[in-house]
Design a binder for this molecule. Structure first.
Ligand code: ADP
Ligand code: MG
Length: 323
């Protein structure tokens, strides 16, 4: 693989988390109803993502690892209303360039599946195999051929906690997908995929906490906010338990925080931080997601509408609790 390819790979793949993120997003785009994520040594030595999605046809497998190979057809207009999570066609090429990658995949239509082994971007093996419908990607020895990047990785525990946090967020965002997380041979959680967010929160956090959250759904100005918030008694001293999703993506947002703060100060619960899971649905044309490559930032064109809808939703929840 050329140096240029390795450098390009570094921009997409910084750490085990970036690999897991790209693979899981591919599984979601593939329509998976079940996704298992397994890591060892913080993901440095081993990452596996298995899904039961659409699979990759035998004659498409090698192409999937080529730069700018995407099956998620887009045109200039589509860029403004991206509905799939991936769209650049860079992830697999980048991951395969700096690891030992194994792909096992089969479509429902095909009798046999495919197995590919790629090391440092070189295809070592491409053979038909029997395997279940769906896709398994195994990434071993991340950065084995880029020692400088290898050095930048943090301790196993730091790398694994960021992976686990991400998979937890995904499980919350997609309660209708069964999501399993395995770390160093231990199953950390498995959601049931029945689509109940309250129950999913209970599976992922302590159930005592989840019991005390007040659920609500509020809609105004075409913005829908589904939320689970704590009453003032269960508030925290930091924002650590505030998680926001916009159209299925976890984001950081001062605008949403402002909406939460206003609701609590309207009800005279100032100074503490409520536990707050918010799932916001807003038409993609009303915001810009291409602010930062990590996609955790968005710009809402109408910030006041977001602040207001979040505020009113939470107030509805707090007042229903009081009654
Ligand atoms: P992108 O997601 O931007 O299209 P990727 O490099 O992540 O680019 O993936 C390349 C292609 O490989 C995808 O467009 C898709 O066709 C295929 N692919 C990757 N992962 C999966 C998967 N888990 N299931 C089915 N197809 C997949
Ligand atoms: Mg992708």
């Amino acid at each position: 693989k050329s140096t240029a390819d390795k450098i390009a790979a570094g921009e997409v793949v910084e750490r085990p988390l970036s690999v897991v993120k790209e693979l899981v997003e591919n599984s979601i785009d593939a329509g998976a109803k079940k996704i298992a994520v397994e890591i060892k040594n913080g993901g440095k030595s081993y990452i596996r993502v298995t899904d039961d999605g659409c699979g990759i046809a035998a004659d498409e497998c090698e192409k999937a690892f080529m730069r700018h190979a995407t099956s998620k057809i887009i045109n200039a207009e589509d860029l403004n209303s991206i509905s799939t999570l991936g769209f650049r066609g860079e992830a697999l090429a980048s991951i395969a360039a700096i690891s030992r990658t194994e792909l096992l995949t089969k479509t429902k239509e095909s009798k046999t599946g495919s197995k590919l082994i790629i090391e440092g971007g070189q295809i070592i093996e491409n053979t038909p195999v029997g395997c279940p419908d769906g896709t398994t990607m195994v990434i071993r020895d991340l950065f084995f051929n880029t020692p400088a990047r290898l050095k930048f990785m943090r301790a196993d525990s730091a790398e694994s906690s960021s992976v686990i946090e991400f998979v937890t967020d995904i499980a919350l965002a997609y309660p209708d997908i069964r999501i399993q997380m395995i770390n160093n041979d231990k199953i950390l959680f498995a959601t049931n995929g029945r689509g109940n967010r309250g129950q999913t929160i209970a599976t992922l956090t302590s159930s005592i906490l989840a019991d005390k959250l007040i659920p609500f759904i509020y809609e105004e100005e075409g913005i829908t906010v589904e939320g689970y918030v704590s009453g003032p008694g269960e508030s925290r001293s930091s924002r650590k338990n505030q998680v926001f999703f916009v159209n299925g993506r976890v984001i950081d947002s001062k605008v949403i925080e402002k909406g939460i703060n206003r609701a609590y100060s309207d009800r005279l619960f100032e100074g503490r931080f409520p536990i707050c899971y918010l799932f916001i649905t807003v038409s993609p044309e009303r915001m810009d997601v291409n602010i930062h490559p990590n996609k955790r930032q968005v710009r809402f064109y109408d910030e006041d509408a977001i602040i207001n809808t979040v505020r009113k939703g939470i107030i509805t929840a707090l007042d229903s609790e009081e009654a």
